[in-house]
Write a new protein. Sequence first.
Length: 226
Amino acid sequence: MLKGWYYVSDPARLVNELYNYFITQGGSLITGEVTTINRDHHQANSINVQGYGELTADHFVLAAGAWSKKLAAELGDKLPVEALAGYATTVADSGVELRHPITYAAGGFVVTPMEGGLRIGGTIEMAGLDSKPNYQRAKVIAQKTQRIFPSIKSIEGVEWMGYRSFMPDTLPVIDRASTCSNVFYAFGHGQIGLTTGAITGQLVAQMVAQEPTSIDIKPYSAKRFK
């Protein structure tokens, strides 16, 4: 069990550490598109994954971020999940040294020291999952960094875009599927998925184990939009 508080300079490193811990605890990882969730009455019994065929399990957790909408609808829950695109530029040789992230509220972005350099990230774009990345957004916030760090050596770097799943009321969905009691939802955390992932995981684990949840999860019900 992971205990205490940590400042992680690189989210990718955190993901790798969690992955390694998961594997040492007997877990396994496969990568592929889930095409269908197979059901028998009010229980899911398997999923079909491209490249792997049919996989069975006792419990399933739908935590596919902005891509959760389609599978949730298949289970009878039509949820208004929106894909919020965020942009970033990681500058390897910026000449700027930071000990912690800095939020530039007026500019709408965050500057974060990472192992690979200085990451300049932010913006919210609601263009949908099928839209093409608009990297001009990354360039604009990188240029704004010169306002707070006039001596920055460069703002050129590796540009990136990623989707965050977001709900209209800003609250995530943490619940059971309406038609399958052994399928659990965990998505819609917006820009704080990494921050709130641990408590969401704990809540889902408590639900799977049929234990009382640490907090009241009614505000996060999938049924609140019906």
